[in-house]
Design a binder for this molecule. Sequence first.
Ligand code: PGA
Length: 253
Amino acid sequence: MARKIFIAGNWKMNKTAAEAKALCEELKASCAQFGDKVEIAVCPTFTSLTTAVEVLKGSNIKVGAQNIHWADNGAFTGEISGAMLQEIGVEYVIIGHSERRQYFGETDETVNKRIMAALKYNLKPIVCIGETLEERENGTTNAVLDKQIKGAFAGVSADDMLKITVAYEPVWAIGTGKTATPEMAQETHEFIRKTLTDLYGAEVAEKITVQYGGSMKDSNSKELTAQKDIDGGLIGGAALKADSFTALIANTL
Ligand code: PGA
């Protein structure tokens, strides 16, 4: 069955609210041409979420956050809850990005708790997994991904799994300009889908969107998304300008 291409922009810690507003306005105009042929989302920082939701209302671009805490509320300085995100009209939330794992102590266990919180508040998780360069060179990529998948999705039902997007982001390809070759990425995506098949059965696994992330840009988005098991991308650098993000999407269609 054909899965719809899903391209999400991860703006990371970039763009003030004023800059985010300007970029959303540009994207609203430039992405209208795609209609509903492709699923599109942008994930700005917390301070720009309300603006992004307002500007993009009625457009074909959805809004996502970059993190969510697992508690409903409480003494968690610096964190944000599912209720807070849901209230302002956010639809997606990125969970377990490698930068959060690397710099902020995110583990498979906390990823799992954040996924549960997102589902509770009807937010759709975009769950990031991926191996480091050392792990790729050691030949442990599949073992690492297997552990990340089983840890992240422990206790997640098949029904809930259908609300989740998996983003495979080899850490060595993020922001480095080094992209996995389409063949290499496909091989890993195939392994991810096989692991999901073992856990949830083929019918569910075939429906799950698995994005690639790591230096995806307009010049490689076509060949990457042409691969059987690559269903879109989570885009960092190329998502920060309307022309590069729009061209990247256009090339996937
Ligand atoms: P990049 O980032 O496209 O800049 O490599 C991707 C990501 O980290 O989500």
